[in-house]
Design a protein around this ligand. Structure first.
Ligand SMILES: [Zn+2]
Length: 681
């Protein structure tokens, strides 16, 4: 029996790949890779080609076989593919631990870095070696034996603590529910109501079940007239997995948080860092913990006055519309929603007719043609996994440089959300020197077309499409020849969102909207009056949102700088200090959102939450150069291409930014984009 995942194909043969191919293929490749790696290390005489290039080839073959499996699991899920995927993931994680902890391999890289050959290597190859050495170091491989084991034990402990943290949050979220009669839900929109009705039915009850699920939470907080109910739900949500609130102590994360912070601190200390935040920035664009703190505090100081004004505006509005004298946190979303409706009479649905998919796509490709002088054209020679999938090639100066799949519409058994993933990475295949061009998967979950009409997007969906296409460009426009730093590989993750958020800007400019919009019946572009409303609504409460994000970012970062296991109650203390300085909304004393802050306690954002704002500054500031020089200025476009987009992870992200912008990033552009500073002349 032949296995298409084990054959060489320019593109994955999606018309032949079946779930049963996955496990045997991955198993066979992992076996071969293990042998090949052993062979490399036994042979001695370590050179870039004999070690690094060969490892790259092994990884690339593995990636080519697994990428379609991972992708099908996400977009064509079935019991068979899920089972195959999970088996593969377990095998792959075992393999990657083996490789990442391989001391002989580490020694081989050290030998290469210390050899005369190293100085003669191209910059991209040097970077691959340096990154690998850094990653070995940060995985504890360079430590003496006893400490190495201690480090590995901490890593295991952390992974189990983090999953306990997440499970507690999940259990606490599901634990709360309150059955109410319809009278108490006045104002709540239909979709949230029907969910609550179904939830009650599932429990065999009459009435409506108020829960902490996001659609229900938003539905009640934003629209429910009943203030007592809003308060009850707000407190239940904000005390999840803590020692407070209706489930006090039942899923309490207090001790887990302490242990997580302690294990992280120990890891950082073993590696020679003062604190975990210093370890976190080691792989990021930010150069030091101090730089991150100064960045967050600067933004907070500049946006807080506007946030206070916005809060006052809601309070005034509430008072004038029969609301309470003193606005409490559970009144905020409710009156903000009313104020928004009163100020900007605009609904996302009204805009849909102006954004039919064929026009939006044509317009988006026109944007990049003007910016980067590239041609995006539909192709029909790429096997697909579903008839909805569209396929494209990108040409520059007549040469095909990349391809991508576009899978736009929601369907059963497709994971929600939108994302870009790589299918093939650009690399030069040694020793023949032939070029493998990059291939990307762009996936969205937009509303399907109805009848003979094209699919109509709302404006947020258009923004999402541009965002993912921006990630795609970063992956596909790369000129790098070695996979580990090609495309988005090796890019510091506080810089990864630069191209994606950059592309979003073209959805907010009259000049580009003129051709990315067009009424599906009349072809009339988005009317100016609608654009004005859209822009005004974009800035609504942006300062309050900004300080909220900064509160999270500062809390996360300071905690990972200052944590001291000897000091009790420090988590709450740091949070209180941050709030005193940054927040305009003061929650009640029992509020304990930190116990449910999965980003930083349960996942990868520890001492990294700041990255959201950091990347927003980069993209806003990059785009401000286009605002100054013309949003379709060819020179500016060429410069963005030759610095940010083409260099992947070869150069430090700050260097690339400076090469493009002529200086380091400044926060003013973001403040302007959010309407917190007047537009530049
Ligand atoms: Zn993104």
């Amino acid at each position: 029996m032949t296995n298409p995942l084990l054959e060489r194909h320019e593109l994955p043969p999606f018309d032949q790949i079946r779930a049963e191919h996955a496990v045997p293929a991955i198993k066979a490749i992992l076996d071969e890779n293990r042998q090949a790696l052993e062979h490399i290390l036994d042979a001695g005489d370590f050179t870039y080609d004999s070690v690094v290039s060969l490892r790259e080839a092994l990884d690339d073959r593995l990636n080519q076989a697994f990428s379609p499996v991972g992708h099908l699991n996400a977009v064509m899920n079935s019991e068979e593919i899920r089972e195959a995927y999970n088996t593969c993931i377990a095998m792959l994680s075992e393999y990657s631990t083996e490789v990442n902890q391989n001391q002989a391999l580490f020694a081989a890289y050290q030998a290469i870095a210390g050899s005369p050959e190293f100085e003669t290597l191209a910059a991209e190859k040097k970077k691959v070696v340096e990154n690998a050495l850094r990653d070995f170091r940060l995985a504890g491989v360079a430590l003496p034996e006893a400490e190495r084991q201690a480090y590995a034990a901490l890593a295991n402990e952390l992974s189990s603590l983090q999953s306990t943290f997440n499970n507690n949050v999940l259990d606490a979220t599901q634990s709360f529910s309150k059955l109410v009669p319809v009278e108490r839900l006045e104002g709540v929109p239909e979709n949230a109501m029907s969910q609550m009705r179904k939830a009650a039915e599932n429990k065999g009850e009459d009435g409506y079940l108020v829960t902490l699920d996001m659609p229900c939470y938003m539905g009640v907080q934003r629209y429910c007239q009943d203030r007592v109910l809003r308060r009850e739900q707000y407190i239940a949500y904000g005390t999840r997995a803590s020692d407070r609130g209706p489930d006090a102590g039942r899923f309490d994360n207090s001790e887990i948080m302490q242990q997580i912070l302690e294990a992280r601190l120990k890891q950082a200390r073993l590696l020679g860092f003062d604190h975990y935040a210093a370890l976190s920035v080691e792989r990021k664009m930010a150069r030091s913990a101090e730089e991150v703190l100064a960045f967050l505090e600067d933004l907070a100081a500049r946006s807080r006055p506007a946030a206070e004004k916005e809060l006052q505006e809601i309070a005034d509005f509430a008072r004038q519309h029969g609301g309470p004298e003193e606005l409490e946190p559970w009144d905020l979303a409710f009156y903000a929603e009313k104020l928004k409706k009163a100020s900007f009479d605009i609904s996302e649905e009204e805009l849909r007719p102006y954004f039919p998919v064929p026009i939006v796509l044509k317009g988006m490709f026109e944007v990049v043609r003007r910016l980067f002088d590239i041609d995006v054209r539909a192709v029909d020679d790429m096997p697909v996994w579903h008839p909805d999938v569209m396929t494209y090639g990108i040409w520059k100066d007549g040469t095909l440089i990349a391809r991508f799949y576009l899978d736009l519409y929601a369907r059963a058994n497709k994971r929600g959300g939108a994302w870009m993933d790589d299918c093939r990475v650009r690399r030069r295949i040694e020793p023949a020197g032939s070029l493998q061009i990059p291939v990307a998967y762009l996936t969205c979950n937009f509303t399907n077309p109805v009848g003979d009409d094209p699919a109509l997007l709302n404006h947020s969906e258009v923004v999402t499409l541009f965002h993912e296409f921006g990630h795609g460009l970063h992956h596909m426009m790369t000129q790098v020849n070695v996979a580990p730093v090609s495309g988005i590989n090796g890019v510091a993750w506080d810089a990864v969102e630069l191209p994606s958020q950059f592309m979003e800007n073209f959805c907010w400019q009259a000049e580009s909207l003129a051709f990315i919009s067009g009424h599906y019946q009349t072809r009339e572009p988005l009317p100016e009056a609608m654009l004005d409303k859209l822009l005004a609504a974009r800035h609504f409460q942006s300062a309050m949102m900004m300080v909220r994000q900064l509160e999270f970012g500062l809390f996360d970062f300071r905690l990972h700088v200052e944590f001291d296991p000897e000091e009790k109650g420090q988590v709450q203390q740091v949070l209180d200090q941050v709030r005193a300085k940054v927040a305009v909304v003061k929650p009640p004393a029992e509020y304990a959102f930190q116990h449910g802050f999965s980003h930083i306690f349960g996942g990868g954002y520890a001492a990294g939450y700041y990255s959201y704002k950091w990347a927003e500054v980069l993209s806003a500031d990059a785009f401000s150069k286009f605002l100054e020089e013309g949003i379709f200025n060819r020179q500016t476009g060429e410069k963005f291409l030759s610095t940010v987009l083409e260099n992947g992870g070869v150069e430090d992200a700050m260097k690339l930014f400076v090469a493009f912008r002529g200086r380091e990033p400044e926060v003013e552009a973001l403040l302007r984009q959010d309407g917190l500073l007047p537009d530049a002349a």
